[in-house]
Design a protein around this ligand. Structure first.
Ligand code: ADP
Ligand code: MG
Length: 255
């Protein structure tokens, strides 16, 4: 952990769905260049937390700030443009090649308008070429270089899941939100994806919020861990501290 001001500051966020408090005054901070894991049983509020952070869900109370800019009431595309990118728990990429999907990911960064791109104006063409080159780099970085021109439907499950990660990276985010990035993967695919996430942190200095059930992965990658249970934050600390917390053992591990 570090004393630098947090890149992401979530303060007292409450979300209610008819009769259910999905998040109850949850606070957490993400220090620059660190991995903050959010763990907890199914229904604890982890994905809801990501929905608040990415603007898909408006909290009843609380604030989210990114490097001092309040995000709480901004539309999802504004939040993405400010540098918060996410993946979803389930695979959402179903069409096109890896390259197509990564170029879609870069769309928010495109300066030239749609008409200029369609008319192939010189500036727009140059910009597209730059985006394609960067998309290729990101594919390499995420272990998808060999599949750049392959339709995503022909990829293995693990590779397809990493396309989601690569697409989020195409936004050049400051903060990356990963919702269960290794769910459903076999051991080899998990290890590969864990390696990629570790490199993103080490080499790009990316700040990452990680929701994950694989405790081995959390222990290996996380600097900080917040434990949610029924929408409440019941523990926070280093992976080792959290692992030994009696309330966590009771709530999360069911002992
Ligand atoms: P987790 O990701 O930790 O498994 P979720 O954030 O998906 O948990 O869900 C937290 C709680 O909020 C659950 O009880 C879930 O059923 C409920 N919930 C999530 N989204 C909605 C919604 N759009 N409408 C109503 N209830 C929801
Ligand atoms: Mg979830």
């Amino acid at each position: 952990t570090t004393t630098a001001p947090p890149v992401l500051d979530v303060r007292d966020v409450t979300v209610r769905f008819a009769g259910l408090t999905a998040l109850d005054a949850v606070s957490l901070t993400v220090a620059p260049g660190t991995v903050h894991a959010i763990i907890g049983p199914n229904g604890a509020g982890k994905s809801t937390c990501f929905n608040v952070l990415s603007g898909l869900c408006r909290p009843a109370a609380g604030t989210v700030t990114l490097g001092g800019t309040e995000l709480t009431r901004l539309a999802p595309h504004r939040i993405a443009a400010l540098g918060v990118a996410r993946t979803f728990q389930n695979i959402v990429t179903t069409h096109g090649t890896v390259a197509d999907n990564l170029m879609l990911g870069r769309h928010a960064l495109t300066r030239a308008g749609f008409a200029a791109t369609a008319l192939r104006l010189p500036g727009a063409v140059r910009e597209q070429r730059e985006h394609l080159a960067r998309a290729r780099e990101i594919a390499e970085l995420t272990g998808l270089g060999a599949h750049f021109d392959s339709p995503v439907t022909l990829l293995s499950y693990g590779d397809r899941k990493r396309v989601e990660l690569a697409r989020a990276l195409c936004l050049e985010p400051r903060v990356l939100l990963l919702d269960e990035p290794v769910a459903g993967m076999n051991a080899a695919e998990r290890a590969r994806t864990a390696g990629v996430v570790g490199e993103l942190r080490a080499e790009l200095g990316l700040s990452i919020v990680l929701v994950e059930h694989d405790m081995g992965l959390v222990m290996r990658l996380a600097d900080d861990v917040t434990v949610l249970d029924f929408g409440r934050s019941i523990a926070h600390g280093t992976p080792d501290e959290v692992r030994r917390d009696p309330e966590v053992l009771r709530a999360y591990l069911g002992t």
